[in-house]
Design a binder for this molecule. Structure first.
Ligand code: ADP
Length: 842
């Protein structure tokens, strides 16, 4: 489905000519290099206003859709109200096919480049309960059970009966029985003993999570909406809003209740049959009755003192890992059956159960999540979500074909490839993804981001150059600035070594100088291993006089900096032609700052980058495109970062006994800590710990800790009064110790933003919970909790630094909002829904 080819335009110029007539139309946005390609923006309120001024858009561009084997009034309503014309299910003359089933291969093969369909081939690898479990089990075997322990242990019977019996010996149950390919709670029941399980059917038996998190004593689960717009490269979005669905009978896990579906199952289709089901007819109220919005549920939990940021971080982790488990099969099927890169997209419904330890469990992934709107809250959330999804998917399929500004020439033009290093195809994909992101509405791209690429790319089984290209091109400028800061930092160290080598040449503490140099060399070796060019780094012989060793080391540093800067320059050149929107700190301000900054200022900036990217590899390099290795190896990056951290930790501990209290950084812990800033420093942090907390050379009486250290710390900076082994660095970018872990613009801020956004409760008086059988209201605090988002940066020192600090803060905010945009559009829709829900009859 795309505007330029409502039934594909015969003359691209014609499309452009048409589109210029609609420049100010609320449904039109402009894309392409020259911003001259029209794309359609959907408006959720049309489902109740029935189109009005928006109707002419679809008509003007002659856009058509068909709905096949599904009852989706919401989709029909949104498309029709934007002037899309519905064609017969057998017609081939459509832009969008919305179907409730998978497409047969021959139908997929027949798709034209402007046609879109809402399923990928072989999506059942995710959406069939047995296939999902098998795929996750495979990931557990390959990558470790714990990393993929996201789904309750399950068995497919009768084939895995033996395994099931041996597991029963250890785990007494209860167990939950599900048909392998059903939905809506149909055919699901609980058993307390294996001999109650029928052996003549294909079923999935799962360990029953009998300690669900309860709200007002009721069990609930969460429906999340996950949009995949491509499997190669893999692009995953999570919608910012979802639904919490409650059981209708209070939870009591006593055996006598085992048959009570209204207590153990949370499906709407099950519980709506209960006389205790309470629906809410006020779209402004999101936390009343048996269905709440996900954000209302999170606010409630937050008020109860639960760490909702950690929870949602784990939810994102679970979503990405589940999609990754089926990525290879689906990407391979796309290659076989799908003729054009943009033909397919898919909206999955993820069902997640949270246990009393706040661990989310994936229960299942729905192929065609229900878009029924039985309550105003459904309509509000689902209409916004579907509109955002259509807006996000609206992109001219062949921008370079239709862009009248001659994009194609630019891409493949005289120095196109050599300058940009991208093929025309790659450039097209990159633009598509950036443009998708601009129109993401309430969708949050959760993969790839700098953080999730670092954490999960190692699990990509169908890793292609397209995936790696995205990782290096989507977030380039922040990388360049981090590298500039790193280079300047090393330059300061180099200058200091040189100055020291010109001093008197003797040292009161020769061992300390040796250790210091060893640390510099180790550090350099790691950094040099990521250079494209080979650079030998060696420790100067201890037999040489100290001054000579310092000079040699400073020379090696100089060589490294030279090569490193050359690579940074290449990056800058490539970036010059990339879109403006990736810019972060104003380059001039940043340049000025870097030139004037002291060694410790730069350490602070590097610490910021290390935190922001959850790894020092943003400036040290990841080896993803490392010419030396010749392999796109970022899959190994996380592992290597982990190993480096462990190694560095070992080294630091060896040098400084006070550091031996640091817990081992297991991959799992690092994964979690990276996502939620929970605490385990990365390799550079460890180096920083060493740099910052080691006592400086000087007479024994002045030492703070008496440890043997290798200290790169600037000689002019006084030693810190008392080393704090677990705090990586003191820094003007780091908030007070108690909130230090929140300084990273990560899930904490993202979800805090979500938690504090205006909700139903701002407009509506709080309703009392239904006394009889309903979870009560969340009792939302109306104002954003200032403690939730701690000040990112404490007052800066110099005006220049102030500018950088401010710019970095803006960047952090921008990155946070890139993840979680305030869902004002959903709330806007509330008004429309309030007035018109009654007339919107489904
Ligand atoms: P369906 O596709 O039929 O909805 P689900 O797997 O989503 O099947 O299960 C239906 C309901 O059963 C869930 O919403 C949840 O309340 C409950 N449930 C499913 N699996 C488990 C489990 N392993 N532990 C606890 N409750 C479960």
């Amino acid at each position: 489905m795309s505007l330029d080819c409502g039934r594909k335009p015969e003359h691209p110029e014609e499309t452009h000519a048409n589109s210029t007539q609609t420049e100010d139309h609320p449904c039109i946005a402009w894309s392409g290099l020259s911003r001259k390609i029209p794309v359609l923006v959907f408006h959720a309120e049309t489902v109740v206003s029935k189109g009005g001024e928006f109707r002419d858009i679809g008509e003007r561009y002659n856009l058509a859709f068909k709905i096949v084997r599904t009852e989706s009034r919401l989709v029909r309503s949104i498309l029709s109200s934007h002037g899309f014309h519905e064609v017969h299910p057998n017609s081939n003359d459509f832009n969008l096919m919305w179907t409730g089933i998978h497409l047969k291969p021959y139908l997929l093969r027949g798709l034209q480049d402007f046609q879109k369909v809402n399923h990928f081939p072989r999506s059942y690898e995710l959406t069939r309960k047995d296939r999902l479990y098998k795929n996750i089990q495979r990931m557990q075997q390959v990558h470790g059970f714990k990393r993929f322990h996201i789904i309750p242990q399950s068995f497919i019977l009768p084939s895995e009966y033996q395994e099931f019996c041996s597991s029963c010996a250890k785990d007494k149950g209860p167990w939950i029985i599900k048909p392998v390919a059903s939905s809506r709670g149909r055919g699901i029941y609980l058993v307390s003993s294996p001999n109650q399980i029928p052996m003549d059917e294909n079923i999935l038996v799962s360990r029953y999570i009998n300690n669900p998190l309860l709200i007002d004593d009721f069990k609930f689960d969460v429906r999340l909406y996950v949009l995949v717009t491509s499997y190669e490269p893999l692009i995953i979005y999570l919608y910012e809003e979802g639904l919490a669905r409650f059981a209708t009978v209070k939870y009591d896990h006593a055996a006598k209740n085992i048959k009570n579906q209204f207590m153990h199952l949370t499906n709407y289709s099950v519980n709506k049959k209960s006389s205790d089901y309470v629906s809410c007819d006020d779209p402004e109220v999101e936390d009343y009755g048996n269905k709440w919005s996900m954000s209302a549920m999170l606010r409630y939990l937050k008020q109860e003192g639960k760490d909702t940021a950690l929870l949602m971080g784990q939810v994102e982790d679970l979503v990405i890992k589940a999609v990754l488990s089926a990525e290879q099969q689906i990407a391979t099927a796309c290659k076989m059956y799908v003729p054009h890169r943009n033909n397919c997209f898919e909206l999955y419904g993820f069902d997640v159960l949270i246990d009393s330890n706040l661990k989310p469990w994936l229960l299942e992934v729905n192929l065609s999540p229900s878009l029924a709107c039985d309550a105003p809250l459904d309509l509000k959330i689902k209409a916004s979500m579907i509109s955002d999804m259509f807006s996000l998917r609206q992109r001219p399929v062949s921008a370079s074909d239709v862009d009248p500004s001659g994009t194609k020439d630019k891409v493949a033009g005289k120095d196109g490839d050599s300058t940009l290093g991208l093929t025309a195809e790659e450039l097209k994909v990159l633009r598509k993804i950036k443009e998708e992101n601009e129109r993401r509405g309430g969708f949050i791209r959760i993969f790839p981001t700098p953080e999730t690429w670092e954490l999960y790319s190692g699990y990509l089984e169908y890793k292609t150059s397209m995936n790696c290209m995205l990782a290096t091109r989507l977030f380039p400028e922040s990388k360049v600035q981090a590298r500039m800061a790193f280079s300047s930092y090393l330059h300061r160290v180099q200058m200091r070594l040189l100055a020291e080598s010109r001093g008197n040449g003797s040292s009161a503490w020769p061992e300390r100088d040796d250790d210091q140099m060893e640390l510099v060399v180790r550090f350099l070796k790691r950094a040099a291993s990521n250079l494209q060019q080979d650079l030998r780094v060696a420790l100067p012989s201890r037999r040489l006089p100290l001054a000579d060793r310092r000079r040699i080391l400073s020379h090696q540093l100089g060589e490294f900096i030279h090569c490193y800067n050359k690579e940074t320059e290449q990056m800058v050149k490539k970036m010059e032609r990339l879109a403006e929107e990736e810019r972060c700190v104003n380059p001039d301000v940043f340049q000025e700052f870097v030139e004037e900054a002291s060694e410790s200022d730069l350490e602070e900036v590097l610490t910021f980058y290390t935190h922001k990217n959850k790894s020092a590899s943003v400036f040290l390099g990841t080896g993803c495109t490392n010419a030396k290795s010749g392999v796109a190896s970022s899959g190994r990056t996380s592992q290597r970062t982990v190993e480096d951290a462990q190694q560095a930790m070992g080294e630091c501990s060896a040098l400084d006994p006070s550091l031996s209290t640091i817990r081992p950084a297991t991959p799992e812990l690092l994964t979690l800590s990276s996502q939620h800033s929970m605490g385990y420093p990365t390799a550079l942090d460890y180096a920083h710990i060493q740099l910052q907390h080691c006592p400086l050379p000087g007479p024994p009486g002045l030492q703070q800790s008496g440890n043997v250290t290798a200290c790169l710390g600037p000689a002019t900076v006084p030693a810190p009064p008392a080393p704090e082994p677990l705090r990586p660095v003191h820094t003007c970018f780091t908030p007070p110790a108690s909130t230090a872990v929140s300084s990273v613009p990560s899930a904490v801020q993202i979800y805090s933003q979500k938690l504090s956004r205006p909700t139903s409760f701002r407009q509506a008086p709080r309703k009392a919970s239904l006394g009889k059988a309903r979870p009560g209201s969340a009792g939302i605090s109306k104002d954003p909790d200032p403690a939730v988002v701690p000040p990112l940066i404490t007052p800066p020192v110099s005006p220049n630094q102030q500018a950088v600090v401010a710019a970095l803060q803006r960047l952090a905010e921008k990155q946070a909002t890139r993840q979680y945009s305030a869902s004002s559009h959903i709330n806007l829709l509330t008004q429309h829904v309030s007035f018109s829900y009654v007339t919107f009859t489904f």
